[in-house]
Design a protein around this ligand. Structure first.
Ligand code: GTR
Length: 418
């Protein structure tokens, strides 16, 4: 009897966990309609930007907040920052380097993270790109003075990280994704933070930012509260608190790749202080339409990364058709501020076409403000950027951040950031 129950248990749990094969065939995409950003949940048609702001934007925002990324549970008790290192002649004299320790306090508990900031010498009031890095601030440059993170780090043989700890061996291993010299030469600064200092990227809610906010006995966020992506977005806003008060900075464009692109989009939607937002290959739960179920799906992402979204998002696993919104509506929350969605043609897991369609369908909200986006007649040609207020490019090659991507971001940023 016991054995039969056990057998049933195994069969039943395998059925629950089984994920359909990822679909990469356009002809197998389910029939769906893209929810109209300009028709409210109760059926009201939105015709101008005032109506959009008063009648529609908030309900979309609240849906994403409660059902997808999760709410930030409360305010911090205290916030502090301290410049712990500074060199006005860094990188051969090109830049001022500052390393800033930020302290976040709640319920008597503290979380610290470091911002690495380079500002171009000779440019008094510079725009800055702010973006998380995946393995520590010291990985973005060979600069020997960048402090090595002590936070938990995902192991990687290629990136020379073992025992979940970064060491000198991984200095500069990701410099290829951060063309700092180029940014400085063009008069841009760079601010970067290791995302693992905000919340280690593992399915464990006992550590990181979430744990500061718990009541006694609480071990994880409540159903509608934040997952890791919302915590990372919150961290970007705390970095912004510092950057916003630095008189050498004119404005801040938030950038993110892949999972950190998802976080950058949510940061852009929740914090209007970001002048511009860049989503690089953010894919499922980022810029890509979920209802296409192409490549990574909600079921897959919730299964592989149960900690990324709010618990409430799990009810949409393998049930995309029941979602009253889609990811293009996340993009509309950033309007009318400049937004760049970038894909890579070989990055099928992130559904590049789904990202393009999402940018297209978000554009009607930009148009309400007299801004241009991607029109429904535009086509995505490889390596042919469409640079409007809402910009898009489909790069040749794989899931990555390349010089080509940064060249486009800088050219586009020149149109609004000074
Ligand atoms: C993948 C994940 C994607 C994307 C990517 C990344 O494993 O399925 O959603 O976020 O990781 O961050 O590189």
């Amino acid at each position: 009897m016991k054995r039969i129950t056990f057998l049933f248990f195994i069969i039943f749990s395998t059925m629950l966990l089984a994920q359909p094969e990822a679909n990469y065939d356009e002809t197998k995409i389910p029939k769906f309609s893209v929810p109209d950003p300009l028709t409210s949940f109760s059926g009201l048609t939105i015709t101008d930007s005032l109506q959009w702001e008063e009648k529609r934007k908030l309900e979309i925002f609240q849906f994403f907040e409660k059902q997808i990324y999760g709410k930030v549970p409360a305010l911090l008790d205290e916030y502090s920052f301290k410049v712990i290192e500074q060199d006005n002649n860094a990188l051969g004299g090109k830049a001022q380097r500052k390393q800033i320790a930020v302290g976040l306090k709640k319920n008597g508990r503290t979380l610290n993270f470091n911002i690495l900031l380079y500002l171009p010498n000779g440019h008094e009031n510079a725009p800055v790109f702010l973006g998380y890095n995946f393995h520590g601030n010291h990985t973005v440059t060979n600069d020997p003075n960048v402090i090595i993170t002590e936070a938990w780090n995902a192991n990687s043989t290629d990136l020379k990280i073992s025992n979940n700890k970064a060491t000198e061996a991984s200095r500069g291993v990701r410099a290829n994704r951060w063309p700092i010299d180029k940014m400085l030469d063009k008069g841009y600064g760079l601010a970067t933070v290791y995302y693992g200092e905000i919340d280690p990227d593992k399915n464990d809610f006992s550590d990181g930012l979430h744990s500061l906010f718990y009541d006694e006995e609480q071990t994880k966020p409540k159903t509608n509260e934040w997952g890791s992506i919302a915590a990372w977005a919150f961290g970007l806003s705390r970095a912004m608190d510092y950057l916003d008060n630095d008189t050498n900075i004119s404005n801040v464009i938030v950038f993110g790749h892949s999972r950190l692109g998802k976080a950058a989009l949510w940061a852009g939607a929740t914090d209007p202080r970001f002048t511009g937002v860049i989503s690089n290959n953010s894919g499922c739960g980022g810029a890509a339409l979920s209802k296409r179920k192409f490549g990574e799906t909600i079921g897959r992402i919730n299964n592989s990364f149960p900690h990324w979204f709010s618990e409430s998002f799990k009810k949409y696993s393998n049930r995309e058709e029941t979602l009253p919104v889609d990811q293009h509506q996340l993009l509309t929350l950033i309007a009318p501020r400049p937004l760049y969605v970038a894909s890579a043609i070989e990055d099928e897991w992130a559904d590049p076409k789904g990202e393009f369609l999402s940018a297209q369908h978000a554009s009607k909200v930009y148009e309400l403000y007299g801004k241009k986006g991607i029109s429904l007649t535009d086509v995505h040609e490889v390596d042919r950027p469409i640079q409007q207020t809402l910009a898009y490019h489909m790069r040749s090659g794989k899931h990555d951040v390349t010089d080509y991507d940064w060249d486009q971001y800088i050219t586009w940023a020149e149109t609004f950031s000074r």
